[in-house]
Design a protein around this ligand. Structure first.
Ligand code: URP
Ligand code: ZN
Ligand code: ZN
Length: 451
């Protein structure tokens, strides 16, 4: 199938240009001011529209066992939601169970996703049970197609955290084997101390989720992780940044030559901690918590000054009935929020409202995640890359209603949020996959991508 998109404005990470783009089967074959329509099976007029690379959500948790349950989107519903929102690739977290080898957990996740995903996917592996055999497996991670792993400084009760010495060793091994280490930064001892105190005092509402994991808790974690990475001279990727002083510490480290990548998420750029005082507080319970206004401003400033590298979602939804487990004890509210369907809508809408440029949006959700996480054929509209493409109508409008979502959820932090622009068409490696609200491909389309 040969497709030609004519008359649109292509959004590159560093410029926007009025160009035609052609693709044949899976790959982009030509980009030029004028491409003759002769010989094409499919010609699309994109006059007054933008042509953009599909987004890459570098942080999802599909079917994640967590908080006494499993996150409600599996690879089928999660990837469907991704597709509807113009996300044509995601990197999901394969979290090690105690005793598992890294290959076992990877193969388990690949099996869960096989023939279920509408869009391409890769995996980061989260190490929770480090030992000599796991250290040895680092040498083989690249052969598995895994070039990034994750460490949690938190979730001690769930036995998911690594201690500081282990984190240093993993960062060292990461550097030695060219594996990027992603770190969830919060001070877990301080969290536990605060939780104990709050519960003793009968302070049980979800507001205390925020107070037990406030700006200080996150900043201490970020500073410690940066110090450990510096000590072993290793690059580090800090996931889901939400706090102003954490970002300040990252800015300082970057300015002083440390190799640090910073990710944030739409929930931290849109909401503030007052959500934890609302009736729907449980829905916003995620870690790190959503912070105060000053943190939100600091995150936007870090985007404008190029210190944030990636916006990803940390998509990890739970059902309302599960969120209600914490009604009388905030520590029982499962941690996580939805986002994958709204990632691109959110950044595009922000761009169309002049919060950032469309090129910057592409850089943050496509170009940079592809570059940082070795997705060689993704991330840009470029000859030779996969034809993962969206067509954006900048004059459209989308209001998110949970009842219309493709995600398997019965609540959303994005309910009633209004986005400028509509993603009218989505191409997944050259095939028209989504148009006018309809899914046009099958769930076998997405492939595991070695990276
Ligand atoms: O609350 C969150 N973020 N849940 C998912 C696990 C994690 O920490 O990324
Ligand atoms: Zn995390
Ligand atoms: Zn996460």
């Amino acid at each position: 199938m040969k497709t030609l998109i004519k008359n649109g404005y292509i959004v590159f990470y560093n410029k926007i240009a009025r160009l035609d783009v052609a693709f044949c089967d899976k790959k982009i074959t030509e980009i030029a001011e004028y491409i003759s329509p002769v010989g094409f099976d499919n010609i699309i007029d994109a006059k007054d529209k933008y042509i953009m690379p599909g987004a890459i959500d570098a942080h999802t948790h599909f079917a994640m066992p967590f908080g006494g349950t499993i996150s409600s989107d599996d690879y089928e519903s999660g990837s469907l939601a991704a597709l509807a929102g113009g996300v044509t690739c995601y990197i999901d977290y394969a979290i090690q169970k105690r005793g598992d080898t890294l290959l076992e957990i990877l193969n388990h996740r690949k099996e869960l996703a096989k023939n279920k995903s509408y869009v391409d996917y890769g995996f980061h592996i989260a190490i929770t049970d480090f030992n000599e055999d796991i250290a040895d497996e680092f040498k083989r991670l690249k052969d598995y197609g895994v070039s990034s792993i994750k460490c949690f400084m938190v979730y001690k009760k769930e036995k998911m955290n690594v201690d500081d010495i282990t984190l240093a060793e993993i960062l060292r091994l990461g550097k030695e084997n060219d594996i990027l280490v992603n770190v969830h930064c919060e001070d877990c001892d301080l969290i536990d101390q605060r939780i104990e105190q709050f519960l003793k005092e009968g302070k049980t509402s979800n507001w205390y989720h925020y107070l037990s994991r406030d700006e200080e808790v996150e900043t201490l974690g970020v500073k410690k992780a940066l110090k450990i990475a510096k000590d072993v001279d290793a690059p580090i990727y800090i996931v889901h940044n939400a706090s102003k002083d954490g970002i300040k510490a990252i800015i300082y480290a970057k300015d002083n030559g440390q190799i640090v990548y910073a990710e944030t998420c739409p929930q931290y750029l849109y909401f503030t901690n007052d959500v934890y005082q609302s009736e729907r507080a449980a829905q916003y319970v995620c870690s790190p918590s959503i912070k105060g206004k000053e943190s939100r401003t600091a995150l936007w400033e870090a985007i404008w000054t190029n210190y944030i590298d990636v916006i990803a979602t940390d998509h990890c939804p739970f059902k309302l009935s599960e969120k209600a487990w914490g009604d009388n004890d905030f520590t029982k509210t499962p941690n996580g929020c939805d986002g994958v369907e709204n990632l691109y809508r959110f950044v595009i809408s922000a761009a169309l409202k002049n919060r950032l440029s469309l090129s910057k949006a592409v850089e943050l959700v496509s170009h940079n995640p592809a570059k940082i996480f070795n997705l060689k054929n993704k991330g840009d509209i470029e000859v030779g890359k996969d034809a993962d493409i969206i067509i954006l109508n900048p004059n459209g409008k989308h209001i998110y209603h949970n009842k219309d979502t493709y995600s398997n959820e019965d609540n959303s932090i994005w309910e009633d949020v209004s986005y400028k622009g509509t993603i009218e068409e989505v191409y997944v490696h050259g095939k028209l996959a989504f148009k006018d609200g309809k899914i046009l491909i099958s769930k076998e389309e997405g492939q595991y991508i070695k990276r």
